[in-house]
Ligand binder design. Structure first.
Ligand code: SF4
Length: 316
Protein backbone atom coordinates (compact mmCIF):
# COMPACT_ATOMS: atom_id res chain seq x y z
CA UNK A 1 0.00 0.00 0.00
CA UNK A 2 1.04 3.60 -0.52
CA UNK A 3 2.16 5.40 2.60
CA UNK A 4 2.85 8.77 1.02
CA UNK A 5 -0.47 9.43 -0.66
CA UNK A 6 -0.63 12.91 0.85
CA UNK A 7 2.39 14.04 -1.16
CA UNK A 8 1.79 16.10 -4.26
CA UNK A 9 3.21 14.23 -7.20
CA UNK A 10 2.69 16.57 -10.12
CA UNK A 11 6.29 17.59 -10.36
CA UNK A 12 9.08 16.58 -12.69
CA UNK A 13 11.69 17.85 -10.25
CA UNK A 14 11.55 14.91 -7.89
CA UNK A 15 9.50 12.58 -10.01
CA UNK A 16 7.11 10.23 -8.25
CA UNK A 17 4.51 10.10 -11.00
CA UNK A 18 4.41 6.32 -11.09
CA UNK A 19 5.01 3.47 -8.64
CA UNK A 20 8.74 3.45 -9.49
CA UNK A 21 9.04 6.71 -7.48
CA UNK A 22 12.51 7.37 -8.87
CA UNK A 23 12.67 10.92 -7.50
CA UNK A 24 14.65 11.83 -10.62
CA UNK A 25 15.02 15.52 -11.37
CA UNK A 26 13.60 15.25 -14.86
CA UNK A 27 13.35 19.02 -15.05
CA UNK A 28 17.15 19.12 -14.89
CA UNK A 29 17.43 16.56 -17.68
CA UNK A 30 17.76 13.44 -15.52
CA UNK A 31 15.90 10.28 -16.51
CA UNK A 32 14.13 7.83 -14.29
CA UNK A 33 13.08 4.26 -15.04
CA UNK A 34 10.72 5.47 -17.82
CA UNK A 35 13.73 6.89 -19.64
CA UNK A 36 12.22 10.34 -20.12
CA UNK A 37 13.13 13.85 -19.04
CA UNK A 38 10.41 16.49 -18.76
CA UNK A 39 10.51 16.95 -22.55
CA UNK A 40 7.29 15.48 -23.99
CA UNK A 41 8.14 12.95 -26.72
CA UNK A 42 5.61 11.55 -29.19
CA UNK A 43 6.00 8.80 -31.76
CA UNK A 44 2.65 9.19 -33.54
CA UNK A 45 -0.63 11.09 -33.36
CA UNK A 46 -3.26 9.76 -35.77
CA UNK A 47 -6.68 8.21 -36.14
CA UNK A 48 -6.61 4.63 -34.86
CA UNK A 49 -9.22 2.03 -35.77
CA UNK A 50 -8.19 -1.01 -33.74
CA UNK A 51 -9.52 -0.23 -30.28
CA UNK A 52 -12.79 -1.55 -28.86
CA UNK A 53 -15.75 -0.58 -31.12
CA UNK A 54 -17.11 1.93 -28.59
CA UNK A 55 -13.74 3.72 -28.71
CA UNK A 56 -12.81 3.52 -32.40
CA UNK A 57 -16.30 4.04 -33.80
CA UNK A 58 -16.48 4.82 -37.51
CA UNK A 59 -14.06 7.72 -37.62
CA UNK A 60 -11.34 6.35 -35.39
CA UNK A 61 -9.85 7.24 -32.06
CA UNK A 62 -7.32 10.08 -31.91
CA UNK A 63 -4.38 8.07 -30.62
CA UNK A 64 -1.38 9.94 -29.29
CA UNK A 65 1.55 7.61 -28.61
CA UNK A 66 4.02 8.77 -25.98
CA UNK A 67 7.63 7.61 -25.85
CA UNK A 68 8.81 5.79 -22.72
CA UNK A 69 7.12 3.42 -20.30
CA UNK A 70 7.15 2.61 -16.62
CA UNK A 71 7.00 -1.16 -17.21
CA UNK A 72 9.37 -3.52 -19.03
CA UNK A 73 7.08 -6.19 -20.42
CA UNK A 74 9.10 -8.91 -22.06
CA UNK A 75 6.39 -9.25 -24.72
CA UNK A 76 6.01 -5.52 -25.42
CA UNK A 77 4.93 -4.87 -29.00
CA UNK A 78 5.71 -1.17 -28.78
CA UNK A 79 9.33 -1.78 -27.78
CA UNK A 80 10.40 0.72 -30.42
CA UNK A 81 8.85 3.53 -28.38
CA UNK A 82 8.58 2.11 -24.88
CA UNK A 83 12.35 2.17 -24.49
CA UNK A 84 14.99 4.37 -26.03
CA UNK A 85 15.00 7.64 -27.78
CA UNK A 86 12.47 7.31 -30.56
CA UNK A 87 9.85 9.98 -31.02
CA UNK A 88 9.98 13.72 -31.37
CA UNK A 89 9.96 16.36 -28.66
CA UNK A 90 6.97 18.71 -28.57
CA UNK A 91 6.07 21.45 -26.15
CA UNK A 92 2.75 21.93 -24.38
CA UNK A 93 1.38 24.33 -26.99
CA UNK A 94 2.24 21.88 -29.77
CA UNK A 95 0.60 19.02 -27.91
CA UNK A 96 -2.54 21.15 -27.53
CA UNK A 97 -2.46 21.81 -31.30
CA UNK A 98 -2.12 18.07 -31.95
CA UNK A 99 -5.28 17.42 -29.88
CA UNK A 100 -7.12 20.08 -31.89
CA UNK A 101 -5.82 18.68 -35.19
CA UNK A 102 -7.13 15.22 -34.31
CA UNK A 103 -10.51 16.72 -33.50
CA UNK A 104 -10.52 18.46 -36.90
CA UNK A 105 -9.74 15.11 -38.55
CA UNK A 106 -12.92 13.68 -37.03
CA UNK A 107 -11.54 11.70 -34.07
CA UNK A 108 -14.24 10.55 -31.66
CA UNK A 109 -11.93 11.03 -28.71
CA UNK A 110 -8.32 11.61 -27.69
CA UNK A 111 -6.62 8.38 -26.76
CA UNK A 112 -3.50 9.02 -24.68
CA UNK A 113 -1.38 5.90 -25.09
CA UNK A 114 0.92 5.34 -22.08
CA UNK A 115 0.77 8.93 -20.84
CA UNK A 116 1.50 8.35 -17.12
CA UNK A 117 5.02 9.77 -17.09
CA UNK A 118 3.91 12.95 -18.92
CA UNK A 119 0.60 13.61 -17.16
CA UNK A 120 1.43 17.10 -15.79
CA UNK A 121 2.20 18.30 -19.33
CA UNK A 122 -0.79 16.46 -20.78
CA UNK A 123 -3.11 18.25 -18.35
CA UNK A 124 -1.57 21.62 -19.26
CA UNK A 125 -2.06 20.85 -22.96
CA UNK A 126 -5.66 19.77 -22.39
CA UNK A 127 -6.33 23.03 -20.59
CA UNK A 128 -4.82 25.02 -23.47
CA UNK A 129 -6.72 23.10 -26.13
CA UNK A 130 -9.93 23.45 -24.08
CA UNK A 131 -9.53 27.22 -24.30
CA UNK A 132 -9.51 26.81 -28.08
CA UNK A 133 -12.62 24.68 -28.38
CA UNK A 134 -11.37 21.17 -27.71
CA UNK A 135 -14.22 19.16 -26.16
CA UNK A 136 -13.70 15.47 -27.01
CA UNK A 137 -13.71 12.73 -24.39
CA UNK A 138 -10.19 12.01 -23.17
CA UNK A 139 -8.98 8.44 -22.68
CA UNK A 140 -6.07 7.31 -20.57
CA UNK A 141 -4.85 4.13 -22.24
CA UNK A 142 -2.63 2.82 -19.48
CA UNK A 143 -0.74 -0.29 -18.39
CA UNK A 144 -2.59 -0.04 -15.08
CA UNK A 145 0.69 0.46 -13.20
CA UNK A 146 -0.43 3.70 -11.61
CA UNK A 147 -0.42 5.46 -8.26
CA UNK A 148 -3.76 6.24 -6.64
CA UNK A 149 -2.48 9.71 -5.85
CA UNK A 150 -1.83 10.41 -9.54
CA UNK A 151 -5.22 9.11 -10.60
CA UNK A 152 -6.71 11.53 -8.06
CA UNK A 153 -4.55 14.41 -9.15
CA UNK A 154 -5.04 14.08 -12.91
CA UNK A 155 -8.30 12.19 -13.08
CA UNK A 156 -10.45 15.27 -13.57
CA UNK A 157 -9.08 15.49 -17.11
CA UNK A 158 -9.82 11.87 -17.95
CA UNK A 159 -13.25 10.68 -19.06
CA UNK A 160 -12.47 7.09 -19.94
CA UNK A 161 -9.97 4.78 -18.29
CA UNK A 162 -8.86 2.14 -20.76
CA UNK A 163 -6.61 0.20 -18.49
CA UNK A 164 -4.81 -3.11 -18.57
CA UNK A 165 -4.95 -5.36 -15.60
CA UNK A 166 -2.11 -7.65 -16.53
CA UNK A 167 -1.67 -9.90 -13.53
CA UNK A 168 -3.14 -11.36 -10.37
CA UNK A 169 0.15 -12.97 -9.37
CA UNK A 170 2.95 -10.59 -8.26
CA UNK A 171 5.63 -13.14 -9.17
CA UNK A 172 4.43 -13.29 -12.75
CA UNK A 173 4.28 -9.49 -12.85
CA UNK A 174 7.90 -9.39 -11.76
CA UNK A 175 8.98 -12.06 -14.17
CA UNK A 176 7.21 -10.73 -17.26
CA UNK A 177 6.99 -6.97 -16.64
CA UNK A 178 9.77 -6.19 -14.17
CA UNK A 179 7.27 -5.00 -11.53
CA UNK A 180 6.79 -7.34 -8.57
CA UNK A 181 4.60 -4.64 -7.02
CA UNK A 182 2.27 -4.38 -10.05
CA UNK A 183 -0.75 -5.87 -8.26
CA UNK A 184 -0.10 -3.78 -5.15
CA UNK A 185 -0.60 -0.65 -7.28
CA UNK A 186 -2.83 -1.62 -10.17
CA UNK A 187 -5.84 -2.83 -8.16
CA UNK A 188 -6.12 0.22 -5.85
CA UNK A 189 -5.55 2.46 -8.88
CA UNK A 190 -8.40 0.73 -10.69
CA UNK A 191 -10.63 1.24 -7.66
CA UNK A 192 -9.94 4.96 -7.87
CA UNK A 193 -10.59 5.01 -11.64
CA UNK A 194 -13.97 3.33 -11.09
CA UNK A 195 -14.81 5.74 -8.28
CA UNK A 196 -13.97 8.72 -10.50
CA UNK A 197 -15.62 7.55 -13.69
CA UNK A 198 -18.86 6.46 -12.04
CA UNK A 199 -21.25 4.58 -14.32
CA UNK A 200 -20.47 4.15 -18.00
CA UNK A 201 -22.07 6.56 -20.44
CA UNK A 202 -22.55 6.04 -24.19
CA UNK A 203 -23.91 8.34 -26.88
CA UNK A 204 -26.66 7.41 -29.32
CA UNK A 205 -24.06 5.96 -31.74
CA UNK A 206 -22.75 3.61 -29.04
CA UNK A 207 -19.53 5.52 -28.43
CA UNK A 208 -18.31 5.60 -24.86
CA UNK A 209 -18.30 9.04 -23.28
CA UNK A 210 -17.32 8.05 -19.77
CA UNK A 211 -16.41 4.82 -18.00
CA UNK A 212 -13.83 2.14 -17.37
CA UNK A 213 -12.75 -0.64 -19.72
CA UNK A 214 -10.31 -3.18 -18.32
CA UNK A 215 -8.16 -5.06 -20.81
CA UNK A 216 -7.02 -8.57 -20.01
CA UNK A 217 -4.45 -9.90 -22.48
CA UNK A 218 -4.50 -13.68 -22.24
CA UNK A 219 -0.94 -15.02 -22.38
CA UNK A 220 -0.16 -18.47 -23.81
CA UNK A 221 0.09 -21.06 -21.07
CA UNK A 222 -1.46 -18.67 -18.54
CA UNK A 223 -5.21 -19.09 -18.78
CA UNK A 224 -5.31 -19.64 -15.00
CA UNK A 225 -3.80 -16.22 -14.50
CA UNK A 226 -6.36 -14.57 -16.79
CA UNK A 227 -9.15 -16.35 -14.88
CA UNK A 228 -7.69 -15.19 -11.57
CA UNK A 229 -7.74 -11.59 -12.85
CA UNK A 230 -11.36 -11.98 -13.94
CA UNK A 231 -12.23 -13.45 -10.53
CA UNK A 232 -10.76 -10.49 -8.70
CA UNK A 233 -12.37 -7.94 -10.98
CA UNK A 234 -15.81 -9.49 -11.07
CA UNK A 235 -15.78 -9.93 -7.31
CA UNK A 236 -15.13 -6.19 -6.87
CA UNK A 237 -17.02 -4.62 -9.76
CA UNK A 238 -19.42 -7.12 -11.27
CA UNK A 239 -20.83 -5.52 -14.40
CA UNK A 240 -20.08 -1.94 -13.34
CA UNK A 241 -17.00 -2.03 -15.56
CA UNK A 242 -16.41 -3.27 -19.10
CA UNK A 243 -14.06 -6.18 -19.73
CA UNK A 244 -11.99 -6.53 -22.88
CA UNK A 245 -10.59 -10.04 -23.15
CA UNK A 246 -7.82 -10.07 -25.70
CA UNK A 247 -6.48 -12.96 -27.77
CA UNK A 248 -4.02 -10.93 -29.80
CA UNK A 249 -0.82 -11.97 -28.06
CA UNK A 250 1.98 -12.38 -30.61
CA UNK A 251 5.51 -13.41 -29.62
CA UNK A 252 7.81 -10.42 -30.05
CA UNK A 253 10.36 -10.68 -32.81
CA UNK A 254 13.32 -11.45 -30.54
CA UNK A 255 11.44 -14.43 -29.09
CA UNK A 256 10.20 -15.55 -32.49
CA UNK A 257 13.75 -15.50 -33.82
CA UNK A 258 14.92 -18.42 -31.80
CA UNK A 259 13.43 -17.79 -28.36
CA UNK A 260 16.82 -16.75 -27.08
CA UNK A 261 15.83 -16.37 -23.47
CA UNK A 262 15.11 -19.80 -22.08
CA UNK A 263 13.03 -18.65 -19.14
CA UNK A 264 10.44 -17.13 -21.48
CA UNK A 265 10.00 -20.03 -23.89
CA UNK A 266 6.33 -20.39 -22.92
CA UNK A 267 5.72 -17.02 -24.56
CA UNK A 268 7.20 -18.11 -27.86
CA UNK A 269 3.89 -19.02 -29.44
CA UNK A 270 0.44 -17.62 -30.15
CA UNK A 271 -2.51 -18.22 -27.88
CA UNK A 272 -4.61 -21.19 -29.02
CA UNK A 273 -8.32 -20.88 -29.72
CA UNK A 274 -8.92 -23.46 -26.99
CA UNK A 275 -7.07 -21.34 -24.44
CA UNK A 276 -8.98 -18.21 -25.40
CA UNK A 277 -12.32 -20.01 -25.36
CA UNK A 278 -11.56 -21.34 -21.89
CA UNK A 279 -11.12 -17.81 -20.57
CA UNK A 280 -14.12 -16.28 -22.32
CA UNK A 281 -16.35 -19.18 -21.24
CA UNK A 282 -15.12 -18.67 -17.71
CA UNK A 283 -16.00 -14.97 -17.91
CA UNK A 284 -19.51 -15.85 -19.01
CA UNK A 285 -19.83 -18.44 -16.24
CA UNK A 286 -18.94 -15.79 -13.67
CA UNK A 287 -21.82 -13.65 -14.91
CA UNK A 288 -19.85 -11.11 -16.89
CA UNK A 289 -22.13 -9.42 -19.41
CA UNK A 290 -20.14 -6.33 -20.43
CA UNK A 291 -17.35 -8.00 -22.31
CA UNK A 292 -15.55 -7.30 -25.56
CA UNK A 293 -14.45 -10.57 -27.05
CA UNK A 294 -12.21 -10.89 -30.11
CA UNK A 295 -13.51 -13.11 -32.88
CA UNK A 296 -11.27 -15.27 -35.03
CA UNK A 297 -7.52 -14.91 -35.33
CA UNK A 298 -6.09 -11.57 -34.44
CA UNK A 299 -2.51 -10.58 -34.14
CA UNK A 300 -0.81 -7.76 -32.33
CA UNK A 301 1.21 -7.08 -35.48
CA UNK A 302 -1.90 -5.80 -37.23
CA UNK A 303 -2.71 -3.42 -34.36
CA UNK A 304 0.74 -1.88 -34.08
CA UNK A 305 0.95 1.25 -36.23
CA UNK A 306 4.13 2.71 -37.69
CA UNK A 307 5.88 4.91 -35.16
CA UNK A 308 6.99 7.25 -37.89
CA UNK A 309 5.99 10.57 -36.29
CA UNK A 310 2.76 10.74 -38.30
CA UNK A 311 0.72 13.67 -36.98
CA UNK A 312 3.50 14.96 -34.75
CA UNK A 313 3.60 18.55 -35.92
CA UNK A 314 5.46 19.08 -39.15
CA UNK A 315 5.81 15.32 -39.71
CA UNK A 316 3.89 12.60 -41.49
S1 SF4 B 1 7.43 8.59 -14.24
FE1 SF4 B 1 9.50 7.93 -14.80
S2 SF4 B 1 10.92 9.16 -13.55
FE2 SF4 B 1 8.87 9.37 -12.70
S3 SF4 B 1 8.76 7.88 -11.07
FE3 SF4 B 1 7.93 6.90 -12.91
S4 SF4 B 1 9.65 5.90 -13.93
FE4 SF4 B 1 10.49 7.32 -12.41
Amino acid sequence: MEHDVHLKVSSYECCMLCPRKCRADRHAGKRGFCGQTDEIRLARAALHFWEEPCISGKNGSGAVFFTGCTLRCIFCQNREISTGESGKAVNTEELARIFLNLKEKGAHNINLVTPTHFMPSVCDALKLSGEQGFDLPVISNTSGYERVQCIREFGNDIDIWLTDIKYADPLLAGRFSGAYDYTEYAYPALEEMVRQAGGALFDEAGLMKKGVIVRILVLPGHTKEAKAVLDKLYHCYGNDIYYSIMNQYTPPVFLRNGGIIKEYTELNRRLTKREYDKVTEYALSLGIENAFIQEGETSFDSFVPAFDLTGVLGEG
